[in-house]
Design a protein around this ligand. Structure first.
Ligand SMILES: NC(=O)C1=CN([C@@H]2O[C@H](COP(=O)(O)OP(=O)(O)OC[C@H]3O[C@@H](n4cnc5c(N)ncnc54)[C@H](OP(=O)(O)O)[C@@H]3O)[C@@H](O)[C@H]2O)C=CC1
Ligand SMILES: O=C1CO[C@H](CO)[C@@H](O)[C@@H]1O
Length: 352
């Protein structure tokens, strides 16, 4: 690896952006050189916490600086496309939070722009870097369960945070609630069932606790069918308590059962376990380091640094990010129409 540090700019210093700042600061190969917030109060907090960083309330002023290698964008989802476009046009590598964008046309535009500018575009699907969710993937690839046939990714949690200005509860800004958490689970399910072909259809249903706000879907479930006959169930409720995520994958020979629980998604003190059945006996699989989105965020920053400095492949590419958005949009369309939606290999969407 080259000796000089990879210089990061960060746009967005809200709930998750502050964790990105912390993760960048902890990474040996990275330096947090600049931060853009929107409000004066967030900018003041950034200055106080990171006195060595350049801080602005104008993201364009950050994107046009010539001392940055990569810009990390952690803003409300409806602003991803506008701000990411500015970053790429200014020749910076880009780490963009999920959902990549709230429309496929915008995802496609960013993919073309990144290629044209020859810049990396990494999307923040950090769960792939988890010591436990990643171990599940490795065991499937090592044929521990035989050919995977069934995958359940389930979350039971407390309601979403409002977000700055309440953007997460404004459907025009958040896109839909499937783009918030279930997007991670579609990504995991496709990853786990990769040996069983490609996703072909999705059927989804959802409901809301507030009759006057039917678009805010607290409960959501989807079934995705794959070309090789396997299927995945993605299901979540936001009407529960704490944060509990389960993955079950079964195959022609065995089964895996992974669970993660914490007082909230961002705890550094979760409980988790992975149990495995090889067709004969059940064992508990050791997990070599703690798992949780704060740990994975730190690993994600390291992967981006290694990709920029050493050319290591990214854990989640722009194409992966786009696919997950396509799945969420297809699932949302299925909920609205009450019909199964077909997903073609290019991920354009059709009624089935
Ligand atoms: N991968 C993952 O696991 C997670 C991903 N996310 C994603 O991260 C993104 C941010 O979520 P979250 O942090 O929870 O949201 P918040 O609402 O807490 O933070 C968003 C921040 O963006 C800032 N902002 C808005 N417009 C601009 C602008 N033009 N320039 C600079 N800053 C701006 C706001 O600034 P101000 O405070 O000044 O108003 C606010 O602080 C979302 O896309 C979300 O989906 C979120 C959580 C986890
Ligand atoms: O992983 C996550 C945790 O929850 C957030 C909502 O409150 C999501 O935005 C995010 O993707």
């Amino acid at each position: 690896m080259t000796q000089s540090k990879v210089k990061f700019g960060l746009i967005g210093f809200g709930a998750w952006g502050q964790h990105h700042a912390d993760a960048i600061t902890k990474c040996k190969g990275a330096e947090l050189a600049a931060i853009a917030a929107r409000s004066e109060s967030s900018a003041a907090r950034a200055r106080e916490t990171y006195p060595d960083a350049f801080v602005t309330t104008d993201y364009r002023e950050l994107a046009t600086r010539d001392d940055l290698d990569v810009v990390d964008v952690v803003v409300p989802s409806d602003l991803h496309h506008e701000i990411a476009t500015c970053v790429l046009e200014n020749d910076k590598h880009l780490l963009l939070e999920k959902p990549m964008c709230v429309s496929l046309a915008d995802c496609d535009h960013l993919i073309r722009l990144a290629a044209q500018q020859d810049r990396l575009l990494c999307v923040g699907h950090e769960l792939r870097l988890s010591s436990m969710w990643g171990k599940v993937k490795q065991m499937i690839e090592d044929d521990f369960i035989g050919m995977p046939q069934y995958c359940l990714v389930e979350l039971s949690r407390n309601p979403y945070r409002q977000g700055a200005d309440g953007w997460r509860y404004d459907i025009d800004r958040v896109g839909n609630w499937i783009l918030e958490e279930p997007i991670h689970f579609f990504d995991l399910a496709k990853w786990y069932l990769q040996r069983s072909g490609t996703p072909e259809t999705v059927y989804a249903t959802a409901n809301s606790r507030q009759p006057e706000r039917p678009e805010l879907q607290d409960n959501f479930s989807a079934i995705v069918h794959f070309s090789g006959g396997a299927y995945a169930v993605v299901s979540q409720t936001l009407s529960a308590f704490e944060h509990h995520q389960t993955v079950k994958v079964t195959g022609t020979k065995g089964a895996l059962w992974a669970s993660w629980s914490g007082a909230m998604d961002r705890t550094r003190h979760p409980t988790f376990s992975l149990r495995a059945f090889d067709g004969n006996e059940v064992t508990t699989v050791p997990i070599d380091k703690p798992t949780g989105e704060l740990f994975e965020l730190e690993d994600q920053v390291e992967r981006v640094v290694e990709a920029i400095a050493d050319g290591r492949p990214l854990h989640c590419t722009a194409q992966d990010g786009r696919w997950s958005v396509a799945m969420c949009l297809a699932a949302s369309e299925s909920v609205a129409k009450g019909k199964k939606i077909k997903i073609d290999p290019a991920c354009s969407l059709h009624e089935s």
